[in-house]
Design a binder for this molecule. Sequence first.
Ligand SMILES: O=P(O)(O)O[C@@H]1[C@@H](OP(=O)(O)O)[C@H](OP(=O)(O)O)[C@H](O)[C@H](OP(=O)(O)O)[C@H]1OP(=O)(O)O
Ligand SMILES: Nc1ncnc2c1ncn2[C@@H]1O[C@H](COP(=O)(O)OP(=O)(O)OP(=O)(O)O)[C@@H](O)[C@H]1O
Length: 442
Amino acid sequence: MDPSLIPLPLEGYVLDDAEEWEYFGEGAANVLYRYVGADPFFGPYLLRLRKRLPGAPTTQQLHAYLHSRWGPLLDNYLLRTEIVKLGINIIPDLNSMLAMSDAEEATDWSGRPIKPLKKRRLLDDTESWGLVVEDMSCGNYLYNEMEMQPESMQEDEEMDDAQDDGSDEWKDMAMVEFKPKWLAQSPNAPANWALCRTCAVRHMQSSKKQTKGLLCVPGGEDDDLEEEALDFCPLDLSSGDPTRIEKATFAILNMENSVMIADPTPPSDDEGDNDTPAPPTLNQKLAKSLENSLVTLLTNFFRTSPIIPLLTALQSRFGSRGVFTSATLALMGEKDILPSEDEIRRACLATGEKYEPTLSDEDDIWTAMTLRDCSLFLKVWVRKRRGRGMEAKIDAKVGDLDLKGGEGGRAVYWRDVERRLRMGGWYGGKGSTRNCRTGQEL
Ligand SMILES: O=P(O)(O)O[C@@H]1[C@@H](OP(=O)(O)O)[C@H](OP(=O)(O)O)[C@H](O)[C@H](OP(=O)(O)O)[C@H]1OP(=O)(O)O
Ligand SMILES: Nc1ncnc2c1ncn2[C@@H]1O[C@H](COP(=O)(O)OP(=O)(O)OP(=O)(O)O)[C@@H](O)[C@H]1O
């Protein structure tokens, strides 16, 4: 690990006032907060705090890993992330708030339910550091507009019409979030594969669900099998073929909770008894126009941006010998934990392989796993300038690049999935009418 790549903690800040942070959302391992205090510095950021999970890496370890491992690989595509010192009160106070909130009703900043409920856990109260991450959510322009308008104008229904001429201001109108998964085929797939790793796993999992459905009592909870959401094939996305890219884009945009367009509808005036609906505001017109053009806009982005080719190249490079090589098998053993440097050295001695103090990229299964489970955030900015049509630009950032280490190393799970995919014939296309190599239906 190169220490010169790791930025110092935010200077002059010790976060200790829980009242300045509003719940934003959470995953299995972290809770995110949005700043509601007076310091403009934190406006473009979110605070990301670790939950208490046995064996999880500390925030300092995550921060060091993020910058030393991913900084050189992803450069500007790495989600901006700083580390900040926490005071002794903030975690206990935020934990009290979490404990008081109703887990059943929990929703994130955009109203999406927090699922599954078992993800709910308290923050690690032994942690004295937090991460400050670039906020990729959308709709922040609406807060800025509200702040900039004098009160009398906010109530003036004519105001938006007056602005219809447009302005130079970019508005963060939409956000797209998805996991780019396996953009290159798994090296453990058999030579005659028809399905990619992601589609093969989906077919295996959905067949398991269907078997469960057949076994349950009719009318029971599990009997109500939801129709499978349209899933995207990562090989379509990385194919370079415009038709396949468009197909993947359409599927991504139709996945549950992958896209969010901020609703610019002004709060309704309950006192008004006006039957005639107000004409759409400029923001509403822009949002509608964006909604209608999102597939085209994103297809074009995926065709021209270097981000998908970059992630594909990295996925091809890390873990390119798969999880069944003698080196990685020896390293994993039957335990789901990271081996120590000494264990790696001894394993190499036993298999007769050359010992290298750091794993070579091909055998670096931990980086490979992280790379295939990260999130791609796209923030879509829109503006309408005087006398011109709608203009859009997209920021792409890669997040959730947490080290899959400790008890969550998942190496054994990974090997088992590969084994089940091969043994069950899922790579061969069982249960599918599609060929991921060509993108064609069979
Ligand atoms: O195995 P996969 O491909 O289904 O990926 C798992 C993810 O499932 P999904 O993206 O929904 O298909 C899964 O995501 P969800 O919990 O389903 O949101 C996790 O990210 C899991 O990683 P970890 O075990 O928490 O470290 C992921 O496991 P890893 O394979 O990355 O270890
Ligand atoms: N920088 C960000 N900008 C906007 N939204 C974010 C950002 N980081 C996280 N989120 C939102 O919060 C959710 C949870 O965050 P995150 O993925 O960091 O948590 P996690 O605990 O690591 O998740 P997982 O369940 O994958 O382990 C994300 O799915 C995303 O919707």
